[in-house]
Write a protein that binds this ligand. Sequence first.
Ligand SMILES: [Zn+2]
Length: 335
Amino acid sequence: MIHDPERGPLVKQAFEMYGTGLHTKRKVLVTINAAGLRTVKGKPLTDQAIDSMLRNPVYAGWLQVKGWGERQRGDFEPLVSQDVFDRVQAILSGKRVSVMPRLRSHPDFPLRHFVKCGCCGRPLTASWAKGRTKRHGYYRCQNRECPGVHVRKENLERGFVELLERMQPKPGYLKLFSEIVLDVWKEKQAQNVMLTTSLKHHIEDLNRRKEQLEDSFIYEKAIDRETYQRQLDKLNEQIVLAEMQERDAKLEGYDVEGVLNFADHVILNAARLWTEFSSDQKQRLQKVLFPQGVTFADGIYKTTETCLIFKLLQESKGEKSGLVPPPGIELGSAV
Ligand SMILES: [Zn+2]
């Protein structure tokens, strides 16, 4: 697929789409199948095929030697960058947070499966129920035996917006926070420039030694083939390692001020944005802000783990946080 002018770009698109962490594997599959990606046999990709495709290091330019368990750089142009490939692997293995909407999400109930029942801890489910005159949406505990939660859609969602409003920090705190982040960032960047330079020298040095090794094997005949191969493997390994470290140290491509401004905007407007967003976007935003979800009981939201920035800003307001959850929001009559 690498040298295939039609399939190559679609494979690349699949990696980049999944690497954002915004889409499920299934969504990527549907998208690239619709765009025309086919297997060698001319069939649309299956769930299994896309999974093994996203895990295959050949697309990042690596050759896996069968039975060796080792990989080597191939002498062809990789289809996806190492950076994108690594990100995809981190998402696949769950090491990186992704904010995909749920597979079977219902557009009418963005909080379904996200809010947990405060009584038994299970995620809430939701559905429409027919009343005498019109139908009403309800969120309720999955466990039919549990008396925990049975609440009107409007009430649960309004309560969530109020929770977001309460959590929004004062602009002044946020500004201070951004300045601190920027300061730390600049310092880190300066360190990374130094590290990158020294790694570059190290790589150059290793490449020089490789040339010397080749000279002494080919021209001077000073070493035998076995020694040459052993030394060459060792040097290649060191070069790959140093190149990886160099990639990790490169941060300058980031527009950190732009990112911070955007984060400020989202955090200061979380409640309004959530209200205006589509159902998929709502699910992404709430997952970013509350990675562990929220709990609802007795008409009150209880947050356990919020996103790091909210936590830091709450603490900087001088409120006691720690293990005590912030006071919840009272909702009128629950049902
Ligand atoms: Zn329950």
